[in-house]
Design a protein around this ligand. Sequence first.
Ligand SMILES: [Mn+2]
Length: 400
Amino acid sequence: MYHLYTHNDLDGVSCGILAKCAFGEKVEIRYNSIGGLNDQVARYLERPKKKSSLIITDLSVNEQNERGLDAYYRAGGKVLLLDHHKTALHLNEYPWGKVQVEYENGKLASATSLLYEHFIQQRLLKPTKALDDYVELVRLYDTWEWEKAGRVEAKRLNDLFFMVSMEEFEETMLERLEDDDQPFAFSDFEDKILNIEEERIERYVRRKKRELVQTYIHDRCVGIVHAESYHSELGHELGRDNPHLDYIAILNVGGKKMSLRTIHDHIDVSEIAARFGGGGHSKASGCSMGEEVYRLYVSETFTMEPVRPDAFKNKYNLKDSPFGTLYENRKEQQIFIFSSDKEWEVDVDDQECSERFSTFAQAERFVKRRFSAWLVRDEAYVHYLMEQRSDKRSRALVLV
Ligand SMILES: [Mn+2]
């Protein structure tokens, strides 16, 4: 009997699907959250077992289980751990550990792609067109390479994974993948529901954009939003629309969890999550919501008003404009960015700020971080310019 302990995300579950293709009924699969694996492995090691073989994929074990697995292996037990996370690389020192983050051609590995290659090499599975396609989609999604590669099907596969139950997904994919040499494709029905889902996500994200609150926590400028679903879409779009924010915190009070996302290379959100007992990757991480997280991110920001998104239909009040660009905030401050002598300056309610900037982008970043301001609509801009000009004219008249 084979036992597969794997992660409960698309990459992990796809390892389960491959194992079923390879072993059929002779494999028992357990899907685990990151936190659940160690208990499971500890229980496995305590059980008396005859002729059973353990495979762990997409997750890694703690030190105690590391020692336990090694002792088990030395005593003749069959075990293999396949992972692609940087944090598990030390397990390569064991003959039963195979951790690979990247391929020689520079592509990133996923647990599913590693297991697929392992099965082929061991002649446990015959490669087919459908399997090749499927494994590549999972890899593209799990490594975020799908975005750069423009392979939306990979994201759609993950959307589908979240729309149906794990059992249903497993069953449907298994049927399709065992169907010889057809390329992998979605059914018409799946395409239809995926389109509906895409529209739903778009509407959800649009609504959430209007709920974004901005503040400083531990010297980082952070955007805060409450949401239960679609965290990666939200984190991505909010980050892209607000490059002045160091990171985005997505709070789920019901689930007592916080997800952190950043688009910046100089910010490591796994460090921020670690501060609260969590972890993850440098651009995407998470932690549970303890009292401190609740106080800093929920309670202390609760009465803040959201920052409005920038006006987007303007013809006149445009960024980088030689005539100047106008912003406003919840305190009704008017903030004007304009250029003079190859430098960018900022006026706040007609008072000059002492800061000077060499690019418009730098000036805007300052304005958005310091004043929580947004780009106003054309009407307000034209009104401002007319008042300002008439003001200057009257000042000029007084001087005459
Ligand atoms: Mn993975």
